[in-house]
Design a protein around this ligand. Structure first.
Ligand SMILES: NC(=O)c1ccc[n+]([C@@H]2O[C@H](COP(=O)([O-])OP(=O)(O)OC[C@H]3O[C@@H](n4cnc5c(N)ncnc54)[C@H](O)[C@@H]3O)[C@@H](O)[C@H]2O)c1
Length: 379
C-alpha cells in the first residue's frame, strides 16, 4: 500500500465537498484504495485546507480524517504532501495553483483554471517547466450519456455529422422568495461569476473530444435577471451574464448551437441535452440516457397545421443500453489522474486542455462584446 497525501483546498464548497472529497477521495478509500497497473495499491490521505478551522475540524470529525490546516503555505512546504487539489472559488485559483506548482506539487484542479487565457497558459507552462503532473476536471466526459454518445460517434453511427445542439440550463431562484440553489458569487462578474466563464470550458472539452475540434465562436450573452439576493438575504446587483446563446463551427463544417441559461424552465428529459444530427442517424444524449433514431426509422412528417400531429415523435426513438457499469465521473477521473501521477504516464486533460477551455470562454465573451464571430486559433 502506497499512501499519497493530497492537499484539498476548497472542500467546504459545494463541488469540493460532495464530488471531490465524498464521492471521489473518500470513495476510493472506502474501496480499499486504487489498484495501480503494477499491482501496488495507492491510498489517498486528504489534507484539508481552507479559511475556517472550525469547518475543517468538523469535516475531519465527520469523516474520520486527521489532517487539516488553514495555513496553505505550511501544507505546501511539507514534503510529505505530493498533490495539490483546488476547488476554491475561481478568483482564488491562479494564485494558489502558482504557489503549489512552484512548491513542486502535482496539480489537480477544478475548471475554469483561470479567468484569462494568459493566466491559464502561464500555469500550464510553469507546470511543464517544473516537471509536475497536471490535470483539470473534465467531468462531463465521464457522464453515462456522453460516454454512450462517444461510443456512437466512434462506431460511425451518424454518417457525416451535421450539427450538435446543446441545451443546458434550469431556473436558478433569485433568492428573494425562495433561496437560490447556487452560490451568489456565480452571478457577480467581479467575483469570477458568469455563464460563459462557467460553462464554455465544459463545452470546449466536450466538443473537442466527443464531436470535433472547435474552430470559431459567435456568442451573445445576457444578464436576464439584474438583481438577486445572496446567502444572507441581501439584495445585490447581478453583474455577470446568466445566459449565453452561441453558434460554433467545428472541424469538418459541423455547426454547434449552444444555449446555456439559468433563466429557463426545464421542458427536457434532463438538465442538459446534446442533440446530434448526422446523415445516417441522430442521437439525443443527456446526463445518463441517450436515445437514437437511425435513418431507416426516420418518420416522414408532412407540414399541415390544419390537422393534429399524427406522429408520436418521441416514441420513435430507441434508448441506447448501458452495456457498462458507470461509476461516479469525478471519481473515475480522479483515478485516472492518480494513476498518471503514480506511474508517470502522460495525462490528457492537463492544464493546456484547461487553457483551451478558458480560451473559448475568453473568445465567447469578446464575441458577445463586439457582436462578431471569432476564429479559435490553435494554442
Ligand atoms: N466541474 C463542475 O461541474 C463544476 C460545477 C460547479 C462549480 N465548479 C467550479 O468549482 C469551483 C467552486 O465552485 P462551488 O460551486 O463549489 O463554489 P462554493 O462557493 O460552494 O465553494 C467555494 C469554495 O472556495 C472557498 N473560498 C476560497 N476563497 C474564497 C473567497 N475569497 N470567497 C469565497 N469562497 C472562497 C470557499 O470556502 C469554498 O470552500 C468554481 O471554480 C467552479 O467554477 C465546477
Amino acid at each position: 500500500m502506497r499512501k499519497v497525501n493530497i492537499i484539498m483546498n476548497g472542500v467546504t464548497g459545494r463541488m469540493g465537498y460532495r464530488q471531490h472529497l465524498v464521492r471521489s477521495i473518500l470513495a476510493i478509500r472506502e474501496q480499499g484504495g486504487l489498484p495501480l497497473p503494477g499491482g501496488e495499491v495507492l491510498y489517498p490521505e486528504p489534507v484539508l485546507v481552507g479559511r475556517n478551522a472550525a469547518k475543517l475540524e468538523a469535516l475531519c470529525a465527520q469523516h474520520n480524517l486527521s489532517q487539516y490546516t488553514t495555513d496553505l503555505d505550511a501544507a505546501l512546504a511539507d514534503e510529505a504532501n505530493e498533490i495539490y487539489f483546488d476547488s476554491q472559488v475561481t478568483t482564488a485559483r491562479v494564485a494558489a495553483l502558482t504557489k503549489a506548482i512552484e512548491a513542486g506539487k502535482h496539480i489537480y484542479t477544478e475548471k475554469p483554471v483561470a479567468e484569462s487565457l494568459d493566466d491559464a497558459l502561464g500555469l500550464a507552462k510553469l507546470a511543464e517547466a517544473k516537471g509536475v503532473r497536471h490535470g483539470v476536471v473534465a467531468d462531463k466526459l465521464y457522464l453515462p450519456g456522453l460516454r454512450k454518445l462517444k461510443r456512437l460517434v466512434d462506431s460511425g453511427f451518424f454518417g457525416r455529422i451535421l450539427t450538435v445542439r446543446i441545451d443546458f440550463g434550469y431556473w436558478v431562484f433569485e433568492g428573494d422568495w425562495q433561496p437560490a440553489q447556487r452560490p451568489s458569487w456565480n452571478y457577480r462578474s467581479e467575483d469570477g461569476g458568469g455563464m460563459i466563464l462557467d460553462m464554455f470550458p465544459h463545452w470546449r472539452y466536450v466538443l473537442d473530444h466527443v464531436i470535433a475540434p472547435v474552430r470559431s465562436v459567435y456568442a451573445q450573452s445576457v444578464t436576464h435577471i439584474p438583481a438577486r439576493w445572496d446567502e444572507q438575504g441581501a439584495e445585490y446587483a447581478a453583474t455577470a451574464d446568466d445566459a449565453a446563446y452561441a453558434v460554433l463551427e467545428l472541424e469538418g463544417g459541423i455547426v454547434a448551437q449552444i444555449n446555456s441559461s439559468w433563466a429557463t424552465r426545464v421542458d427536457r428529459t434532463e438538465l442538459v441535452t446534446f442533440h446530434v444530427d448526422g446523415t445516417h442517424g441522430s442521437a439525443v444524449a443527456g446526463l445518463r440516457g441517450c436515445r437514437i433514431q437511425h435513418r431507416n426509422a426516420t418518420p416522414k412528417p408532412v407540414w399541415n397545421p390544419d390537422l393534429p400531429t399524427s406522429h408520436d415523435f418521441r416514441g420513435l426513438w430507441t434508448e441506447v443500453p448501458d452495456n457498462d457499469v458507470y461509476d461516479n465521473g469525478f471519481k473515475v477521473q480522479w483515478e485516472e489522474y492518480l494513476t498518471a501521477v503514480a506511474t508517470g504516464a502522460p495525462y490528457a486533460h492537463d492544464l493546456f486542455a484547461g487553457a483551451r477551455g478558458v480560451q473559448l470562454a475568453e473568445l465567447g465573451t469578446q464575441s458577445a462584446r463586439e457582436g462578431r464571430k471569432l476564429e479559435v486559433p490553435a494554442l
